[in-house]
Design a protein around this ligand. Structure first.
Ligand code: GDP
Ligand code: MG
Length: 164
């Protein structure tokens, strides 16, 4: 059965970096500035013999805050429609933002399996910073570093356990 995993979250949290990590590709465009991934990227990935599809949802939005938020809402809704598992990425370096809360509200209403990913946990000192994301009401955050790969194994083990 086809498992489809969508990566959502506000711009710059590391969605494309995580996509690249999972698919081991350089297909998604990673950049310092917000909104650089121009489109949704689809890739194939595998963990302990289970293959799945991954969607990197982009913020290809340059313009007003309004359009920005509307686009993110659209991307989240598309992800909810298309995927059976959603990785909701937040950023411990920035901490919890209003936009994270908005995305969280949309996701909580969906019936899909959601994993909360607290990215940019680059060192063990940072692991305590994941706790504030409990406030999103989406369960235990998985602290990891998409950049180094640290902590991704725990998430992937849980994720494949939730596969169809
Ligand atoms: P997206 O907009 O959510 O797709 O975010 P990107 O994947 O483009 O990453 C945004 C920025 O965060 C880039 O400069 C990445 O190198 C950086 N980044 C991504 N993952 C990590 C991480 O685990 N640790 C740190 N320190 N930076 C990261
Ligand atoms: Mg991106």
């Amino acid at each position: 059965m086809a498992n489809i995993v969508a990566i959502v979250g506000r711009p710059n949290v590391g969605k494309s970096t995580l996509f690249n990590r999972l698919t081991e590709s350089r297909k998604a465009i990673v950049d310092e500035s917000s909104g650089v991934t121009r489109d949704r990227h689809y890739g194939k990935a595998e963990w302990i013999g289970r293959t799945y599809s991954v969607i990197d949802t982009g913020g290809y939005i340059i313009g007003s805050e309004d359009i920005f938020e509307k686009e993110i809402r659209k991307q989240v809704q598309l992800a909810i429609d298309e995927a059976n598992i959603i990785l909701f990425v937040v950023d411990v370096a920035t901490g919890l933002t209003d936009m994270d809360k908005e995305v969280g509200n949309l996701l909580r209403k969906s019936k899909k399996k959601i994993f909360l990913v607290a990215n940019k946990v680059d060192s063990s000192a940072r692991i305590h910073d994941v706790h504030e994301f409990h406030a999103l009401g989406l369960g235990e955050p998985f602290g990891l570093s998409a950049m180094s790969g640290g902590g991704t194994g725990e998430l992937l083990d849980e994720m494949v356990a939730a596969f169809l």
